[in-house]
Design a protein around this ligand. Structure first.
Ligand SMILES: [Zn+2]
Length: 251
């Protein structure tokens, strides 16, 4: 059985109308930025790589702590992370790849195709990624450190990735069997509980139908236990157990 932790590495303020799809309210909204650590397998598995300090500064994150430092605080040396399941290639999930020098990165084929394809050059998409970090995909792939997957794939017994798309073309979510039931790490398939619970999309989309279908996939995977962990919601700390500042025990 696995133990799962959300590790917070930064915060950023926005407003509801800037974030949710066709949302009129100007109420303030704070995003928390996380990576997720899965222990109990043959080696530590991380979901997403976060970002290094340069990207945090450039994007205006506050209270930034390196994701590598957070992994270390949780008792794991960053060099011992053997697998990083990359939900998608936006800057806040991918640019931190170099903090984990021994990891193999699992990424959906559709995600790489999108960011190297004809549409990514438009401002609405390219502002969400870091071109240099995307370029590193080729070097890492030629070094044997990228595993491209398609659809639903087992990672280890009781640990799977599932393509859902929607927010990005190749967005994947992660299901983990734990003593408390199945934990679903949604990453940005549901930034907040409000997305999945009210079926309210966010504004950053490659396919709205896929985003809506993803909400149903998340709930189906979680089943009765309802252990859903959104990608950027501060409420994760109160729905689960914060064992110390920035470290939330999910299961
Ligand atoms: Zn994100």
């Amino acid at each position: 059985m696995y133990q799962v932790y959300a590790l917070k590495y930064g915060e950023r303020d926005t407003t509801a109308c800037q974030f949710f799809y066709r949302e009129p309210s100007h109420e303030p909204l704070t995003l928390h930025f996380y990576v997720w650590l899965i222990l109990g397998g043959p080696h530590p598995v991380l979901v997403d790589a976060g970002c290094p300090e340069e990207d945090a500064t450039a994007r205006g994150l506050r209270n930034y702590v390196s994701p590598a430092a957070m992994v270390e605080r949780a008792g794991v040396r960053p060099a011992d992370v053997g697998t990083v399941l990359v939900s998608h290639l936006h800057w806040d999930h991918w640019t931190g790849h170099r903090l984990f020098p021994a990891a193999e990165f699992w990424i959906q084929q559709d995600e790489v195709a999108f960011w190297t394809g004809p549409v990514a050059r438009f401002d609405v998409y390219r502002q969400l990624a870091n071109a240099a970090a995307l370029g590193e995909l080729v070097r890492l792939s030629y070094g044997g450190r990228v595993r491209l997957v398609a659809g639903e794939r087992p990672v280890l017994p009781g640990l799977r990735v599932h393509w859902v798309g929607g927010h990005t073309a190749g967005l994947q979510i992660v299901s983990v069997e734990t003593a408390k039931g199945t934990v679903v790490l949604t990453s940005d398939a549901s930034h907040f509980y409000r997305n999945v619970e009210r079926r309210q999309p966010t504004q950053i989309i490659t396919s709205l139908p896929q985003m809506l279908a993803a909400f149903e996939t998340i709930q189906a995977l979680a089943g009765a236990s309802g252990l859903i962990v959104p990608g950027h919601d501060p409420e994760v700390a109160s729905r689960f157990v914060a064992v110390e500042p920035g470290i939330i025990r999910l299961a």
